[in-house]
Design a protein around this ligand. Structure first.
Ligand SMILES: Cc1cc2nc3c(=O)[nH]c(=O)nc-3n(C[C@H](O)[C@H](O)[C@H](O)COP(=O)(O)O)c2cc1C
Length: 460
């Protein structure tokens, strides 16, 4: 397709990087570094910045996931707090955005508003908040309130939580205020009153705004509730939909929701999570992808994957044989240890796996490979650059949030091989557009600083 025939011929690819720390990465090889040492975070963030990435992204979990009687292998690195990590990275980077996942279920608005705007302030306007509600029922045990809200209430609560935080941020008059010195003592920052069905707050804002006004709001969570929250509150979505037609359907769905909320249909930058494996040739990339598969889906990892459904030790089973015929342990919901979504019981999960394995004649290992196969792109840098250009020019995504397979050097090939290939095709910048994350992403001003159109008729 010629460039001019695309709906967005001038679009560019935006890149974020999702720092793995936990998850499916290559461990225990000479190439793998410490998952949570500051040196690893800093190396990857600086590599991403060299590659003009928009954002360095850190996930969050407020309890380490468990597996049977121990840690989940992927969580042994622990769970450092995302905002603290990113604040440290602010000191060793100068341009890249710093996106912190924080859940709206357990945090308090005043505390979270303050910590996020401190990151925003200290980084000179590079912070983002990735709003999640967290799907881990058992996380609540780590909090004095205990328990957790049912799915639909978590989104109603999240909406209130985000509104409260925005009200607190909006409560500090403007950026210039802090430089005016003693003259302003006679006019203190007035308290913010915020009330709804969940909160009744009188809050005295603590931190002035950064050069980008407020942290950029990301959202991750794919249900109707999650998508509606994004359409009302977010500016970027970290999505699950990297396959082209799925990405198109997702973008159309989000566009309709945005119009319903009085926002332009393209008012959110969608960044699906994706793995990208490039080589100097397609054969080299395929070889690397196969090596990564062997390293990440080892026999032990494959068994651990299905053990989280069965809730019991399955080490006597052959990974190249059929799924176990025994029943899962169904009354111990905690077997999920944070790795199984709250919306499926172990029995339902295992029944689904059995159906899939039967239909495809999968062995245990093949079933696990089916679920863990990378959502993304494998090829020579030129081949992958052509595909990414097609995605953004078609308007189905704004870019990608990359999942590197290795810490801390999993981005090196992307930056050294893919970025130049994208630049050659005119779909990637050769320098940062500005100093703040909002500028990198080409965002409009924060929603609370704009007047939105009255709610429009449902988009077609
Ligand atoms: C791409 C993606 C990344 C996510 N990352 C996190 C995370 O780091 N921490 C977390 O607590 N939840 C994370 N979530 C989970 C969401 O917060 C949400 O709780 C979960 O997806 C269930 O909501 P849903 O039914 O709307 O999808 C993520 C979700 C998606 C789609």
């Amino acid at each position: 397709m010629a460039n001019g025939d695309y709906p967005r011929p001038d679009a560019r690819v935006h890149f974020g990087v999702f720092y793995p720390a936990i998850g499916s990465v290559v461990w225990g090889q000479p190439e793998s570094g410490d998952q949570v040492s500051f040196a690893s975070y800093a190396t990857m963030a600086q590599t991403a910045e060299r590659g003009l990435f928009d954002a360095f992204f850190v996930g969050d979990g407020q309890r380490v996931r468990e597996h049977l009687d121990g840690f989940n292998t992927h969580d042994v690195a622990g769970r450092p707090d995302a905002i603290t990590v990113l604040t440290a990275l602010a000191a060793v980077t100068s341009r890249i955005g710093l996106a912190a996942t924080q859940n709206a279920t357990y945090n308090d608005p005043i505390d979270l508003a303050r910590r996020l705007s401190t990151l925003d302030l200290l980084s000179g306007g590079r912070a983002a908040w990735n709003i999640v509600t967290t799907d881990n029922a058992w996380t609540g045990e780590n909090f004095r309130r205990g328990g957790y809200l049912p799915h639909d209430q978590r989104y109603a609560h999240a909406e209130a939580h985000v509104r409260a935080i925005k009200a607190i941020w909006d409560g500090w008059p403007d950026e210039a205020f802090r430089t005016q010195g003693p003259d302003v003592w006679s006019a203190p920052v007035p308290p913010v009153h915020y009330a709804d069905e969940f909160y009744d707050l009188t809050v005295h804002p603590l931190v002035p705004p950064s050069p980008q006004g407020q942290p950029v709001l990301f959202q991750a969570g794919d249900s109707d509730g999650g998508r509606d929250l994004a359409a009302r509150q977010a500016e970027v979505i970290f999505s699950r939909h990297a396959e082209f037609e799925e990405a198109r359907a997702f973008a159309e769905d989000i566009g309709r929701r945005l119009v319903r909320e009085g926002r332009p249909a393209d008012d959110i930058v969608i960044l699906p999570g994706a793995s990208i494996i490039v080589g100097r040739t397609s054969a080299e990339a395929e070889q690397k992808a196969e090596w990564i598969r062997q390293q990440t889906v080892t026999p032990r990892a494959a068994l651990a994957f299905i053990e989280k459904g069965w809730g019991r030790d399955l080490s006597e089973y052959d990974v190249d044989g059929p799924l176990p015929e025994i029943d899962p342990v169904i009354d111990e919901v905690s077997v999920s240890g944070g790795t199984v979504g709250h919306n499926l019981t172990p029995a339902q999960l295992v029944a689904g796996w059995r159906d899939l394995a039967e239909a495809n004649e999968y062995t245990i290992r093949q079933l696990v490979l089916h679920f863990t196969k990378s959502r993304g792109f494998v090829g020579s840098a030129g081949e992958v650059a052509d595909q990414l250009a097609h995605y953004v020019r078609s308007g189905v995504v704004g870019g990608f949030n990359l999942h590197p397979y290795l810490v801390p050097h999993g981005l090196d090939d992307i930056v050294d091989l893919l970025v130049p290939a994208l630049q050659d095709r005119g779909v990637y910048p050769t320098e940062y557009a500005g100093a703040t994350l909002r500028e990198h992403l080409g965002l409009r001003p924060p929603l609370s600083r704009r007047t939105l159109a009255p709610v429009a008729a449902e988009a077609s």
